[in-house]
Design a protein around this ligand. Structure first.
Ligand SMILES: [Zn+2]
Ligand SMILES: [Zn+2]
Length: 578
């Protein structure tokens, strides 16, 4: 087997990495690295030199020991020491080293403390919040790890879809940048981002300016732009970080409303709208609304709807799933908004895997104008998140009593995120659950049961008199873990019978329930809780983006329990307890 120099160079460099992981002698490590460099740029083939029996020690950086290793590699295509060390340190650790900011010490920690052997195990651990638990790591590093791995995956795939929260963090600074351009009157994001989809493929931005603007230049010159695909007076396209494509269109003021409607979509909604226009003897397009050759509207988006005798359809509903028919009858839902929210019923404190104290969470919630929060730390089965035993929970209850005596303007509800065990019982005894204000229940293990078994498991848990809310009902993690098998309709009907509530969990990679299930809950008469599952005070802000999912699910304030006053909420919850 003739191996080329690039292969040998790579093998030596990988071996040096392994030696470094093992904490080997620095000089030895450096010798391998030097050899790797020098062979990479060597004009002659090592394999050929070995075949010809030439003396390799003439080469720069190659001593006697190394020359023997090279002979072995050239002959066998492998190095036995490297094979041996791989038995102690899995080869997958080398891919982790490629992540920015993760050096040898960190990789070894991850391996020794969490048994992480490769990138995909690291990704899983980071998403479960286990990485930030170990020394030398924090939540920021953990988030960075996820982002870096996602970026790697994106480069492999063709057309990336990016989570809306990530897209927002990339796009909002760009919008601010564009707004500072000369002569700009308005900058609006359209497309699936405006419709609030959970992931977006690209971003459409519309700009109105006074005819003498540098907005296209500022766009092309923006610091996050990795590649300009197209640059013109009315349309420019560029690829930003993480492969996110942005199309920027300059539109005339007179048709800016029609353009906003057109580029917001969806395609299905637009087709249905155009057909409706034709039936009314009109024509709508991105340029305006016309009767024959006469322009009758298009400067405001409202025109598009009012001229077709429709209620204004909020962007989140524009999927042609009944919104046009409802708008014709004046029966669109009055969608929930952030102002309706009076509390947040799922969040963690330092007692389990959260980052803030209960008081810090309470004060942050009060700042947001909330009346109440529920503290829902994990229960004992989730050891990795330092789940609470009955005894620790009891201590927390006393702590909350004392806190409530002191705090004004916010009430801390006693709760727990209790694991639903495989047999459908809960991880803590009723004797302690009965002392809580509400109980949030969740599946955190045994995801791969059959559909019937998984559904039965949760339904028998719902039967517990203290069960209040089912957290992240399908367990999916966007782009990472499929939902577990579940008969959602059967589950929701059981929830309705028992007066149980379904959660829409607003963690960016969960957004679980999805929009279809939100709508199903509404139609079946099951109440929904909109919860951030915050692990740190800043995550209470997830409500803002997450509520778009609720809107996409046609939810109104009346469908959601955390729009209620504390008094009504407690009435509803206590009515369920038997
Ligand atoms: Zn959970
Ligand atoms: Zn949680």
């Amino acid at each position: 087997m003739a191996v080329n120099n690039a292969y040998i160079s790579k093998l030596l460099s990988d071996y040096a990495d392994m030696l470094e992981l093992e904490g080997a002698n620095r000089y030895k490590i450096r010798a391998y690295r030097n050899a790797s460099y020098s062979i990479a740029s060597l004009p002659r083939s090592i394999s050929e030199m070995v075949e010809l029996g030439e003396d390799l020690t003439q080469l720069p950086g190659i001593g006697k020991e190394l020359s023997q290793k090279l002979v072995e590699i050239a002959g066998a295509g492998r190095l036995h020491q490297f094979e041996e060390i791989k038995e102690r340190f899995p080869e997958g650790l080398l891919e982790i080293l490629k992540l920015r900011g993760i050096g040898f010490v960190k990789v070894r920690e991850l391996y020794e403390k969490l048994g992480i052997k490769n990138l995909s195990e690291l990704e899983e651990a980071a998403r479960e919040g286990r990485v930030s638990q170990i020394r030398g790591f924090d939540v920021k590093t953990e988030r960075m790890i996820i982002e870096e791995i996602e970026a790697m995956d994106l480069k492999k795939g063709a057309k990336p879809r990016i989570k809306i929260s990530t897209a927002e963090s990339i796009v909002m600074p760009l919008i601010d940048h564009l707004k500072k351009s000369k002569g700009v009157k308005s900058v609006e994001i359209a497309g699936s981002f405006r419709r609030g989809r959970e992931t977006v493929g690209d971003i459409d931005i519309l700009v109105v300016h006074d005819g003498d603007s540098d907005v296209m230049d500022r766009f092309a010159g923006y610091e996050d732009v990795e590649q300009v695909l197209e640059k013109g007076d009315t349309l420019s396209s560029a690829v930003l970080r993480l492969g996110l494509q942005v199309d920027l269109r300059a539109v005339p003021e007179i048709s800016s409303g029609s353009a906003l409607h057109h580029f917001t979509g969806s395609k299905e909604h637009n087709v249905a709208m155009r057909q409706l226009a034709i039936r009314k003897g009109l024509k709508i397009s991105e340029y305006g609304i016309f009767r024959g050759d006469e322009r009758i509207g298009g400067e405001n988006e409202e025109d598009v709807f009012s001229l077709l005798d429709l209620q204004f359809i909020p962007p989140e509903l524009r999927e042609n799933t009944g919104e046009i028919e409802a708008a014709q009858k004046g029966k669109l839902p009055k969608l929930i908004s952030l102002e309706d929210i009076k509390g947040d019923l799922h969040m963690h404190s330092k007692a389990s895997d959260g980052r803030a104290t209960i008081e810090e969470m309470a004060l942050a919630a009060r700042e947001r104008g909330y009346e109440y929060i529920a503290i829902t730390d994990h229960s004992r089965r989730l050891r990795i998140a330092r789940g609470l035993t009955p005894k620790r929970l009891e201590e927390q209850l006393e702590q909350i009593d004392l806190l409530n005596e002191r705090l004004e303007g916010i009430r801390v509800l006693k709760s727990i995120e209790v694991d639903i065990l495989e047999d459908g019982t809960l991880d803590l005894p009723d004797s302690i659950l009965s002392r809580l204000d509400l109980v949030v229940c969740a599946v955190h293990h045994k995801f791969n049961l059959s559909k019937a078994k998984q559904t039965d498991r949760i339904i028998s848990a719902i039967d517990n008199p203290y069960f209040t809310i089912l957290a992240h009902p399908t367990g999916r993690l966007i782009d990472h873990r499929e939902p577990y098998e579940l008969d959602m309709e059967r589950l929701m009907k059981a929830a309705r019978e028992c007066g149980c509530v379904m959660e829409l969990n607003m963690q960016p990679d969960r957004l679980d329930l999805n929009e279809i299930h939100c709508r199903m809950a509404k139609e079946l008469g099951v109440m929904v809780a909109l919860s951030t599952d915050a692990h740190i005070t800043s995550e209470l802000n997830l409500m803002r983006l997450g509520i778009k999912q609720a809107r996409r699910g046609w939810l109104e304030a009346d469908d959601v329990i955390n729009t209620m006053t504390l008094e009504d909420l407690m009435k509803l919850i206590n009515a369920k307890k038997r």
